[in-house]
Write a protein that binds this ligand. Structure first.
Ligand code: ADP
Length: 520
């Protein structure tokens, strides 16, 4: 080669190396590598193959090759690389390359093979074919080798970048789709990232939230645990001694949303430190704890109601039993009978209460089991009404069933429990008395049984909840009347296990009708 040609070649090489290493898009890097090699070696046809994680080579870029030739070329490349392993036999290589050249174009005379290696690890290879043969000098080889080394670095960088980019996209997708709110803050607590769940929780849009100080977006109506600013003043996330692991910080309370509503949340702030150990980023995970709070509240209400409900009959039983067994008194038979009646009734109440509790806790674990048979709902209603008549003087109990009310398939014990509960509620929640009607209606496919009272009624808001476990309307009357909020919950479960529905119609002050419908 002529000296000035060599100088030009070097300049070209330098330029192309710069272009290659500045590029991070892998296919663009491969295209540059291939184009430069073709120009440099005056080739006609060329290809770059990359090694994948299974040590297989596959062609990733070509110049002057018909795309339909690719499968055959890949196959030939496989043969060559699998046979050769790390140590490529020169002669075998030449034979294989010649075969490749011929398969591509009969006029190709010479092929050049350049492995792309980085730190001893092969990342790929480059093959250039040309239409004439020239002998290559030692110097040519050196130049080619240094080009190949540059190309290997550029390819490797682009591969790493692609990997990082994929990882980044995966993380972004996880953040975006996480059910928890996620917020990324810089060390000055400015919002750098804000996901979709957090938009829903705070009513702030991503566009509006980004760049804001976190205190603008995260405002508390009421905070119960933790204080971010106080913690920062005290040195969070660093603790003494400095070796101690970096801790997360937890805040809990009612968030004031942008639309003025509130939401109970728990926020965990996790610090990220830079290479020098300084706080660089904070990841905040925001969790909606409304359900958790509601469950906690329910549990508290439940415990206080249940203990109250259990204590009252026990106190009555103990009081009467203690009075009746006093050695210093002679009781007349009527007093003894009345006392024993109270003891019996209160024991029944206790048993009923415990049964309800057991049934309710069992319902959480499994579906209700029914003991099916023919049930005459009109007879059942008559028995229930009869029993309650003896317990109240203030209420008038009326039965209103059409003649020949049809039998239904059902569990008589459970259905009686439902009727018991509805009638007992009708009495409990009409403290001024009135008429209570238990009636039935029917159409071609269903029977409906209703219990109507003229009591206090139920507001529309409360109607939505009365069938929930432990729900009791919050009011003067409920506080004075005994109850656990389990009756209607169980009634609903029983009716639904029969394939039916239970509903309520009511107006405050005008009484309520609870009715259930069962299929015939
Ligand atoms: P409880 O043991 O409190 O009576 P229930 O599950 O039977 O529980 O009823 C839930 C709540 O629904 C009651 O606390 C009461 O506030 C309301 N309720 C039920 N039935 C009636 C009714 N007939 N009239 C007015 N309120 C009722």
């Amino acid at each position: 080669m002529l000296p000035d040609f060599r100088v030009r070649q070097r300049d070209f090489l330098l330029e192309i190396s710069r272009a290659m290493t500045a590029q991070l898009d892998l296919s663009e890097v491969l295209r540059l590598v291939l184009k430069a090699s073709i120009v440099m070696l005056a080739g006609e046809v060329g290809l770059v193959a990359l090694r994948d994680s299974d040590d297989q080579y596959s062609i990733r870029a070509t110049l002057g090759v018909d795309s339909e030739r690719l499968p055959d070329l890949n196959h030939r490349l496989d043969e060559l690389m699998n046979h050769s392993g790390q140590q490529i036999d020169r002669e075998f290589l030449n034979v294989k390359l010649n075969q490749m050249a011929v398969s591509l174009n009969r006029k190709l005379r010479q092929s050049l093979f350049l492995p792309l290696v980085i730190a001893g690890e092969p990342v790929g290879l480059l093959i250039i074919f040309r239409g004439y043969s020239v002998s290559t000098t030692e110097n040519d080889f050196q130049i080619l080798q240094s080009f190949a080394d540059q190309a290997a670095i550029a390819v490797h960088n682009a591969q790493l970048y692609a990997q990082i980019d994929e990882e980044r996209k995966r993380l972004a997708a996880i953040l975006e789709n996480s059910a928890d709110g996620v917020m990324i803050l810089d060390h000055k607590l400015r919002i750098l990232g804000f996901n979709r769940a957090l938009e829903r929780m705070t009513a702030w849009t991503v566009q509006d939230a980004l760049g804001q100080d976190q205190d603008v977006v995260i405002t508390w109506k009421r905070r119960e645990k933790g204080d971010l600013h106080e913690a920062l003043r005290e040195g969070w996330p660093f603790r003494l001694p400095p070796e101690a692991p970096v801790e997360t910080l937890y805040l809990e309370g009612d968030l004031l949303r942008r639309d003025g509503m509130t939401l109970s949340v728990g926020i965990t702030y996790a610090p990220l430190l830079d290479d020098e150990g300084k706080l660089s980023t904070i990841i905040a995970n925001v969790r909606d704890i409304t359900n958790f709070r509601r469950a906690q509240e329910m549990q508290n209400v439940f415990i206080s109601t249940i203990s109250h409900e259990l204590k009252t009959p026990v106190a009555l039983i103990k009081g009467y039993a203690g009075t009746l067994r006093r050695d210093d008194a002679e009781w007349d038979p009527q007093v003894i009978r009345d006392g024993l009646t109270v003891i019996e009734e209160e024991s029944d109440r206790l048993t009923g209460l415990i049964e309800n509790l057991l049934a309710a806790s069992k319902l959480r674990a499994e579906r209700m089991q029914l003991d099916l048979g023919d049930v005459a709902l009109d007879d059942l209603a008559a028995q229930v009404v009869e029993r309650f008549r003896t317990q109240t003087q203030r209420h008038k109990l009326v039965l209103k069933f059409p003649r020949e009310f049809p039998l239904v398939q059902g569990d008589a014990v459970r259905l009686r429990q439902v009727l018991d509960n509805l009638v007992s509620n009708a009495i409990k929640y009409s403290p001024d008395g009135g008429t209570i009607t238990v009636g039935g209606e029917l159409d071609d496919t269903h029977v409906t049984v209703y219990v109507r009272d003229q009591g206090v009624g139920i507001s529309e808001d409360d109607q939505a909840h009365i069938f929930e476990r432990f729900f009791r309307v919050d009011g003067n009357l409920s506080r004075k009347t005994q109850g656990t909020g389990l009756g209607l919950y169980l009634a609903k479960a029983i009716i639904e296990a029969h394939g039916g529905h239970i509903r309520v119609k009511s107006k405050p002050g005008e009484g309520s009708t609870l009715y259930f419908t069962l299929p015939l």
